[in-house]
Design a binder for this molecule. Structure first.
Ligand SMILES: N[C@H](CCC[C@H](N)C(=O)O)C(=O)O
Length: 278
């Protein structure tokens, strides 16, 4: 049997499996079956811990969406992994090795987690887009902006959150040919110079209660457009994150995006991988 932790960050929920000591034969098909909310455990993303392979990293973290596809970043799950390592190993500060790079994380006395999500990528090639375009104003109806936090995000800025329904517009935009690797689609409303409202249709998982990398991308894109200050509260259906895009000349974290918020263990359990299609 394979042990797991069921966790969430503001309701964006995860199954976390630790493969640092043993591999469990987790194929994309098996992951998708385990992520299924009726036939499996159910989660937005499936998170696998493996031994770090880079100097300076404490753990390699891989993120898989509910459809079994692997993503380069997952902000909410990154906070959850940092919180789990704190609970299990007593380490407040850890470095997560992800496809987006090495992400330093810190758990404070109240159990609130800050992850340095690194620098956003703003060039069309790095989002990526299928052709050259201004990532501040994509050639799409609704004039979204795009940025990568190690995963692709398009952010729409709405006068009213009801102007676009994420459940209707999200899947069409996720699969737009402009996004060769698909995209996470953010629907944002600027409440003030320091507050955004956001809903995200996530690539490979659909509408989630919160999206950490999406909150980071939304703040980056809003700052680029001059809509907000560099430190913002991002309110999502599941709750709020604090996101700060450090100025380029900031000592130590210049140009990095810091994301702060909660991480929760819901329960622990076990499953038999052989009981799921490989
Ligand atoms: N669906 C995303 C991965 C999870 C992102 C989200 N759960 C977060 O907290 O950042 C993608 O395919 O890039």
């Amino acid at each position: 049997m394979t042990p797991f932790h069921k966790m969430h960050g503001l309701g964006n929920d995860f199954v976390v499996v630790d493969e640092r000591a043993e591999r469990y034969g987790l194929t994309p098909a098996r992951i998708a079956a385990l992520a299924d909310r009726h036939r499996g455990i159910g989660c937005d993303q499936f998170v696998v811990l493996q031994p770090a392979t880079r100097d300076g990293a404490d753990v390699l973290v891989r993120f898989f969406n509910a459809d079994g596809t692997e993503a380069g970043a997952c902000g909410n799950a990154s906070r959850c992994v940092a919180a789990l390592l704190w609970r299990q190993e007593g380490r407040r500060e850890t470095v997560l090795q992800t496809r987006a790079g090495l992400l330093p994380a810190r758990v404070d006395d109240a159990g609130v987690v800050t992850v340095d999500m690194g620098r956003p990528a703003l060039d069309w090639r790095d989002v990526p887009l299928a052709r050259a375009a201004d990532t501040l104003h994509l050639p799409l109806a609704g004039d979204p902006a795009a940025a990568s936090m190690g995963n692709p995000h398009a952010t729409f800025f709405l006068d009213d959150m009801l102007d676009l329904d994420p459940v209707v517009a999200g899947p069409l935009l996720e699969h737009d040919p402009l996004f060769p690797e698909r995209a996470n689609i953010g629907f944002a409303h600027v409440r003030s110079r320091t507050e955004l409202r956001l809903r995200v249709w996530e690539r490979g998982s659909g509408l989630t209660l919160a999206c950490g990398s999406g909150a980071c991308a939304a703040v980056v894109n809003a700052v680029r457009r001059g809509l907000v200050e560099r430190t913002c509260t991002v309110g999502m259906d599941g709750g709020a994150l604090s996101v700060s895009w450090r100025a380029q000349d900031d000592p130590g974290e210049g140009g990095h995006v810091l994301m702060t918020g909660p991480a929760t263990v819901s329960f622990v359990g076990t499953f038999d991988p052989e009981g799921y299609p490989s």
